[in-house]
Design a protein around this ligand. Structure first.
Ligand SMILES: *Cc1c(COP(=O)(O)O)cnc(C)c1O
Length: 375
């Protein structure tokens, strides 16, 4: 966007293209058909705003949504009254009543979860919908092998559960050569055979790239819908949906020897032009993107030209070396933090983390602007 379009007083802006998110969902659907493609919208749709993203995906045709927590599930129910909703984190204390009141299927992950959900079913006098998570080798949430055998021996434990999904989650799906993928797939098949028949789901964004054997009845992408490219086996059929821009506040001129920022970690070795930009670690621009003298770390773009971060990233501000830019930069211009040529993956890599963390940490001080999404 152009600087003059920014709302008054805005330090920076995240532009979220709802049409791209919808197109990404359609592209993943085409890839996995006849399996169904759901959408993971936990953590406020990966920080992009569930309130806009869920209706846009529902309009595109998405019927099944996954949240993590009860709060998120309640919000999703308001936004998608007719959708199938699953909550991935199982049953937090007090959550069962919230889920049953909102027609949300918790993904039960332990025998205790099953007992709690069955008690809620008895209280409401109905069989209640749920998913079951089997741990197939991630050792995060899910029924253990022993739990699965208990259920096979005591099937009455599931009498009050309307079983809508049996699922598991992959540990190494970003690496298509990793042997753990096949190990988990085999464990999933072996263990779910002990359970009552139900639709199955194993793959998230990366898992669905591993081929049809991993698709089962339903895939659960989150990151890829928002344009994330974590899969190491090659590009996935999605496009970035997010750009992040922040205002240039000042342009300074330094002489050789001048230092920049806290702890004076970077020093000019030539006459230098410096842009001071209104975003910092409180906005999700990681402090790890700081650069001492002689180091390369974070990078932004101004007028489409790359400018390296110099000195420390502070809470509200970053400083970029614009000496080599061929254009004049003025206060009020926009610096691109995420956008063409500046992917969330690259930023995550430079910060020693992953694009998922970049996306979900973009802070509340940015104005969020939505484009597209009309239908
Ligand atoms: C977060 C999550 C997903 C979505 O993962 P992506 O990598 O963002 O596609 C799917 N399933 C489970 C269990 C998750 O926790």
């Amino acid at each position: 966007m152009t600087a003059s379009e920014l709302p008054p007083g805005a330090t920076g802006i995240i532009t979220i293209d709802l049409d791209v998110i919808a197109a990404n969902w359609r592209a993943l659907t085409a890839l996995v058909t006849p399996a169904e493609c759901g959408a993971v919208v936990k953590a406020d749709a990966y920080g992009l705003g569930a309130i806009k993203v869920i209706p846009a995906l529902a309009r595109a045709g998405c019927r099944t949504f996954f949240t993590a927590t009860p709060d998120e599930a309640e919000t999703a129910r308001r936004l998608a009254p007719d959708a199938r909703l699953f909550a991935l984190d199982g049953l937090l204390p007090g959550a069962a009543a919230i889920f049953s009141a909102n027609d949300v299927a918790p993904v039960l992950a332990s025998l205790d979860d099953i007992a709690t959900w069955s008690a809620e079913a008895a209280r409401t006098g109905k069989r209640l919908p749920a998913g079951l998570q089997i741990d197939s080798g991630l050792n995060r949430l899910g029924l253990s092998e022993a739990d699965v055998h208990t259920l096979a021996d005591e099937p009455a434990r599931l009498d009050r559960v309307d079983l809508r999904l049996v699922m598991s989650h992959l540990a190494c799906a970003d690496d298509p050569t990793h042997a753990h993928n096949e190990t988990q797939r085999a464990n999933f098949d072996r263990l779910r055979a002990f359970l009552p028949p139900a639709p199955a789901s194993l793959a998230a964004s990366d898992g669905l790239m591993l081929g049809a054997r991993f698709h089962y009845d339903l895939v659960r992408p989150g990151y890829a819908l928002y344009g994330g490219q974590a899969f190491q086996g090659g590009p996935t059929p999605v496009r970035p949906a997010v750009t992040v821009e922040a205002r240039v506040l000042q342009v300074r001129t330094l002489v050789p020897g001048d230092s920049v920022g806290y702890s004076a970690t970077w020093r000019a070795t030539r006459p230098t032009r410096l842009a001071v930009i209104s975003a910092g670690y409180a906005d999700g621009f990681a402090r790890a993107l700081s650069a001492s003298s002689g180091q390369e770390s974070g990078v932004v773009a101004i007028h489409g030209q790359r400018a390296p971060i110099v000195g420390r990233v502070s809470m509200d501000l970053i400083t970029a070396d614009i000496t080599d830019l061929t254009t004049d930069v003025a206060p009020g211009d926009l610096a691109t933090l995420v956008g063409p040529g500046l992917t969330i993956e690259a930023m995550g890599h430079a910060a020693g983390t992953i694009g998922y963390e970049v996306l979900t940490r973009l802070g509340p001080r940015f104005t969020r602007r939505y484009v597209g999404g009309a239908g």
